[in-house]
Design a protein around this ligand. Structure first.
Ligand code: HEC
Ligand SMILES: [Cu+2]
Length: 331
């Protein structure tokens, strides 16, 4: 029966040739052409396998583009920041996640992987340059918090200093508890500095404890430390958004509960800091934590996140780190 054979052949041609050509032609040819939107394909692979390709994209301000991310090797997560609120979620190998978006403002944005995919995962980043009509990219604004720290003479690029940490452990005979401190606060004379969030951001809880001890001679030091823990670690509002950012971008090293023991902790040059250690946190300043998150720690394997998150997101992360230091707040 020859016509059977012919039908089969025609079917095979339709399935293996015409169908794929039509689909590919639509994806790469007709679709971009009909709606005028540029489609930019980005291959996502772990950094040692090439990272994002391309890792640089140029867009005009006001231009709408479709970004298509296809995972090549393992599952990646795709997010774009700062301030764009784009999180495409995980992309499995061989799959594609796409977004059509308009870049309203000229500037430099970063697309990055937010799923732990390899020991070099956090190097998996690409840049989107959005140019204005004069074809320029504005220079990123200086960060007033970081400028102030530099003016103060603080070396924010140095590895964390734990010399005053031993001292803190000795001074705090028991771990301060913000929950206990909450009940004590109404009975204390709290200096105005301690009530001021701006002051608290640029001082350590130890500085706060010294002040509180001076203005409350009748109380013992460890009770006052509880009150200080309340001010720094409990009287804050860590957001769900910050928790998500932390779990996606930080927990691999610092651990989900901030114990410094995430699955990637053994791979870093320096040990990731344990935020759950409140005695350690008593020696830390919020503005320095903020600066470290934005700039990273040179040579320590603490990545820099300044090109990924807004200043607000970074402060929210700082709050979240403090919430990890008070054990009763932990998830
Ligand atoms: C690749 C592992 C890794 C990841 C991911 C990571 N960190 Fe770190 N982080 C480190 C290491 C290692 C250090 C210790 C650096 C040092 O010795 O100063 C550190 C230090 C820090 C410090 C400084 C603490 C101090 O006392 O000076 C802060 C703050 C911090 N990390 C916050 C974060 C946040 C927030 C994220 C996620 C947005 C994050 N880290 C993601 C490895 C990591
Ligand atoms: Cu990845």
């Amino acid at each position: 029966m020859r016509w059977h054979e012919w039908t089969a052949r025609i079917l095979i041609v339709i399935i293996f040739v015409i169908l794929p050509v039509t689909i590919l032609g639509y994806q790469y040819g007709i679709r971009p052409a009909t709606n005028g939107i540029r489609v930019i394909d980005v291959k996502a692979a772990a950094p040692e396998a090439g990272g994002f390709q391309p890792d640089g994209i140029q867009v005009q301000a006001g231009e709408t583009v479709t970004l298509r991310f296809m995972a090549d090797d393992v599952t990646h997560g795709i997010a774009i920041g700062p301030g764009l609120d784009v999180d495409l979620g995980p992309v499995d190998p061989g799959h594609v996640k796409e977004i059509t978006m308009t870049f309203d403002h000229a500037g430099t944005y970063t697309f990055y992987c937010n799923t732990w995919c390899s020991p070099n995962h956090w190097r998996m980043r690409g840049v989107i340059e959005v140019r204005d009509t004069a074809n320029t990219i504005p220079i990123p604004q200086r960060d007033p918090v970081i400028e102030a720290l530099i003016a103060e003479g603080i070396d924010i690029d140095a590895a964390h200093d734990s010399s005053n940490f031993e001292e803190s452990h000795n001074v705090l005979d028991t771990n301060p508890s913000g929950l206990r401190g909450e009940n004590l606060i109404p009975r204390l004379s709290v200096p105005t500095e301690l009530q001021d969030e701006v002051w608290r951001h640029s001082h350590t809880p130890m500085d706060g404890l010294d002040l509180l001890v001076m203005s409350n001679p009748g109380f013992n030091r460890s009770d006052l430390a509880d009150a200080v823990a309340y001010l720094w670690a409990v009287d804050i509002s860590p957001s769900l958004a910050a928790q998500n950012l932390y779990n996606q971008n930080c927990a691999a090293c610092h651990g989900e509960t901030g114990d410094g023991d995430g699955p990637a902790a053994s791979l870093t040059v320096n040990e990731p800091v344990a935020f759950s250690d409140i005695a350690y946190m008593f020696t830390r300043r919020s503005d320095v934590l903020y600066a470290k998150i934005r700039r990273g720690g040179m040579g320590t394997d603490m990545p820099n996140f300044g090109t990924l998150f807004t200043a607000e997101e970074t402060w929210a992360l700082v709050d979240y780190l403090w919430s990890l230091s008070d054990s009763h707040l932990q998830p």
